[in-house]
Design a protein around this ligand. Sequence first.
Ligand SMILES: NC(=O)c1ccc[n+]([C@@H]2O[C@H](COP(=O)([O-])OP(=O)(O)OC[C@H]3O[C@@H](n4cnc5c(N)ncnc54)[C@H](OP(=O)(O)O)[C@@H]3O)[C@@H](O)[C@H]2O)c1
Length: 289
Amino acid sequence: MKKILITGSNGQLGSSIKKLELEYPNSSFIYTDVADLDITNKDEVLDFFEKGGFTHAINCAAYTAVDKAEEEFELAKKINAIGPANMATAARKINCKFYHVSTDYVFDGKGHIPYKEEDACQPPSAYGKTKLIGEEMVSQVNEKALIIRTSWLYSEFGHNFMKSMLKYGKEREELRVVFDQIGTPTYATDLARAILDIINTEKNASENPVYHFSNEGVASWYDFALEIIQAAKLDCKVSPIESHEYPLPAPRPFYSVMNKAKIKKDFNVKIPHWRTSMLECLDILKPKN
Ligand SMILES: NC(=O)c1ccc[n+]([C@@H]2O[C@H](COP(=O)([O-])OP(=O)(O)OC[C@H]3O[C@@H](n4cnc5c(N)ncnc54)[C@H](OP(=O)(O)O)[C@@H]3O)[C@@H](O)[C@H]2O)c1
């Protein structure tokens, strides 16, 4: 029987893992968030792992306020780098497999071919920098830790782009959305299932255990917004704009599509297209009669 610790479990990814729990009867799940286990507190983390005897730990805890991170670099670093390193150290000590989640925002976004795991990282934002430091610190203290980079996460839980579009699409006549940032939306349920399936396969990761996971396909935020509004049958115009017309504190990569060949090859992970998953999430979010 696997004993899996989930940290940051009230967030989008953690909640999505909870949703899938019953599909994995060979595992018991222990859910914590900052009130139960603050991952930045090293002693607490070491103690929690030693007493818990977990076989696997998935870190869903993060500082994800991309724009705020420009002003709160140290806090973001503490949560996105020191915390994960604490978990990676504690996991290694008790021989527990550790799974950490990172982001496409580690790339500078100047490319035009889907990024591979070994491509150079040069994050333009403070958030991306803290996540990259997190990856490096985790790998340093625990070379077997598996790091999965994902992108544009949305779900029926918490705050995210899809929920904002549905809200504003009902309230406004027009939504102006950037069309010059290209990436791939990822339904948190699909990421959660991929991680749990990887754990279930019991296959070993490659020597450089960094992997990319997003849904299939490519979109701009404009395309994503348009699909959401049309699928939800909302009477709202969606217009494409350039990033400079919607300035934000944190710079975003213009292109952050990730190549997922490695995760598919090593773990035989099946990945739905982003449109298919968007419709699945919409179906959960739409008001029921
Ligand atoms: N969201 C995206 O678009 C996106 C894109 C690419 C990659 N990712 C990565 O995917 C992962 C999951 O993201 P998500 O969207 O599920 O994040 P999320 O919804 O923001 O959830 C993060 C959770 O971590 C908790 N947390 C914060 N500080 C903590 C601490 N010190 N100790 C324990 N828990 C703490 C948060 O609690 P509070 O809410 O109380 O702070 C929250 O419940 C993260 O690693 C993120 O960087 C996300």
